[in-house]
Write a protein that binds this ligand. Structure first.
Ligand SMILES: [Fe+2]
Length: 143
């Protein structure tokens, strides 16, 4: 019997539900990359209706992705869940702000802001999301 009162914050076992979760998240991340390309193209060609549509699609997929991650972290008791969720919330608020129209009726999205979104997503995946993957699946990430 283990009488150690220290909470288990070590690495978890790689199980099928965990594997399926991270496979789903990986697919969502690939779709996000595709949507970013479409959004960038729409912005660079100044097609406002296409920009609005692509940005709406991006935000919906980001919300789905974040919701999937947050549900998983809640169910699994991930210790860094709160901080991770705050980062998600701030990013979504930023995207929604970019989606709003300025005084000229045009959206605020530019090629530069598309680059910033892409960098944020890449950095988030490489830092926060990876920390979560590493916590649950350290063996699968080796090699
Ligand atoms: Fe995340």
């Amino acid at each position: 019997m283990n009488n150690d009162p220290t909470p288990d914050i070590g690495q978890k076992t790689w199980t099928d539900p965990v594997r399926l979760h991270f496979e789903d998240i990986g697919i969502q991340h690939q779709r996000l990359a595709g949507l970013m390309e479409a959004l960038d193209l729409a912005v660079s060609t100044a097609r406002n209706a296409a920009v609005d549509r692509q940005m709406e699609d991006l935000i919906q997929l980001v919300q789905l992705n974040f919701s999937s991650e947050e549900q998983f972290m809640l169910e699994q008791g991930y210790p860094d869940r709160k901080r991770h969720e705050i980062r998600h919330l701030r990013f979504l608020e930023w995207c929604m702000d970019l989606q709003c129209c300025g005084s000229d009726g045009r959206g605020r999205l530019t090629s530069e802001s598309c680059d910033e979104i892409r960098v944020w997503l890449r950095n988030h995946d490489a830092a926060d999301d990876r920390r979560c993957r590493d916590y649950y699946a350290p063996v699968a990430l080796e090699g």
